[in-house]
Design a protein around this ligand. Structure first.
Ligand SMILES: Nc1nc2c(ncn2[C@@H]2O[C@H](COP(=O)(O)OP(=O)(O)OP(=O)(O)O)[C@@H](O)[C@H]2O)c(=O)[nH]1
Length: 396
């Protein structure tokens, strides 16, 4: 039996009813032993001692055996869970046997005692019947059998006695039994309603927990999708580096940061030389692959956490260097240009260069309120134009 089916059984209303019955009798059996001990003392001089001792031994041993069985069933639980009908049958048999012993006992004791003791016996029988009725309330069937078996022998004996006092006593017992059955029935309805309600509550709680778990899962999925979409909107699909939108955001942020701290901000614009010729000879796909290689090479050079490498558009790339001097930026641009040359990517035959090269324009500004953040990009663009005009494969 797996954990799920075990907990299903534990929550089943039928199991709860049986469990309640067993745990109630665990408390009522010691009360039975106590009552029989009191009766032993009370009747010691009225009933022959052999008879009372045999009676007490039967009640005491039967109670001990029942107590042991009930404890065992409650401790292992599996018996109660596996077969509801069988455990209910066993329980009803045990409680009916106890009631029959008590019913027969009262019959026996009335034979040896006077009217005052008969009244006492009926009073004790009523107390036991009431206690049993409450304890057996989860099962109407067990409840009715119990009270009937306690009272019917005494009722029959009293009515058949022909004695006026005993007939009255018998009739009173019938009335009390009827009241006990009606009240017991109502109480049983209440107990069973409460058990069913508890079960419904547990089912609702479980379904609420499951819905909550599903909601949390969807929420997580939504967060992941949001992160993925954010990533998609900020990265270039071909090269995987930051796209123009991400570059714009970073430029504004870093410009404002350098403005506050009065740090220099550098911008490098990089353009592949004669890329059209490369594309025309090797095809667009090879052109794409080359752009990916170039983007990787630039990223491998600008490695500070605050550096940003982005695709500016087409075959143009841009690097933002926060708090970097012009000399540092030129050095980085040169290092990148050389790294690409050293890759020895074969260029198109009609290109003036036998291998792929880049041109770079570097601009450095310390932001102030008279400037706009895009001024640095325009300046870098002018420098790039200068590099192109003065022969390409160079940094200006
Ligand atoms: N394969 C590929 N080609 C692109 C992409 N974006 C732009 N291009 C091509 O890049 C080429 C750019 O050509 P031009 O602007 O004339 O520049 P160039 O040939 O590099 O010449 P210079 O910049 O003056 O050295 C065009 O042929 C575009 O089609 C892209 O994503 N993939």
């Amino acid at each position: 039996m797996n954990a799920d089916s075990l907990s299903d059984n534990e929550n089943a209303p039928e199991y709860k009813r049986i469990y309640q019955l067993y745990s109630n009798s665990l408390k009522s059996i010691p009360a039975t032993i106590l009552t029989s001990s009191i009766l032993l003392v009370l009747l010691w001089t009225k009933v022959p001692w052999e008879t009372i001792l045999i009676w007490f031994s039967i009640v005491f041993s039967a109670s001990l055996i029942r107590y042991h069985n009930v404890r065992q069933a409650l401790a292992t639980k599996s018996y109660l869970q596996k077969d509801h009908k069988d455990s209910m049958r066993q329980f009803i048999f045990g409680s009916s046997f106890t009631a029959a012993v008590w019913g027969a006992s009262f019959l026996l004791f009335c034979l040896y005692t006077d009217e005052a003791y008969s009244l006492l016996m009926i009073w004790i029988a009523s107390a036991i019947a009431m206690g049993g009725s409450l304890s057996l309330s989860p099962s109407k069937y067990a409840q009715k059998i119990f009270v009937c078996l306690i009272f019917i022998p005494a009722i029959v004996m009293n009515i058949l006695s022909g004695n006026e006092f005993n007939i009255t006593l018998g009739l009173l017992c019938i009335m009390f039994l009827a009241v006990l059955i009606i009240l017991g029935n109502n109480f049983s309805n209440l107990v069973n309603d409460a058990l069913n309600l508890e079960n419904t509550n547990q089912e609702l709680l479980l379904s609420l927990q499951q819905k909550n778990a599903r909601l949390e899962e969807s929420n997580l999925e939504l967060t992941r999708t949001k992160e993925f979409l954010t990533q998609q909107t900020l990265s270039d699909p071909l090269t995987g580096i930051a796209n123009r939108r991400s570059f714009d955001n970073t430029l504004i942020r870093e410009w404002n940061r350098c403005l506050r701290r009065q740090h220099p901000l550098s911008c490098i614009l990089i353009d592949v030389d004669h890329f059209k010729k490369y594309n025309d000879q090797f095809g667009h796909q090879m052109g794409d692959a080359l752009l990916q290689e170039i983007s990787n090479t630039i990223s491998s050079q600008a490695t500070r956490a605050e550096d940003l490498v982005a695709r500016y558009g087409g075959e143009e790339f841009v690097v933002i260097l926060s708090n970097a001097s012009h000399d540092d930026a030129v050095m980085l641009a040169e290092r990148t240009r050389k790294a690409i040359t050293e890759k020895n990517f074969k260029h198109a035959e009609d290109s003036p260069f036998d291998k792929v090269t880049i041109s770079a324009g570097v601009a450095t500004m310390t932001p102030d309120n008279t400037l706009d953040c895009y001024d640095i990009v325009h300046k870098a663009d002018e420098k790039l134009y200068e590099a192109k005009k003065s022969g390409r494969n160079r940094t200006c």
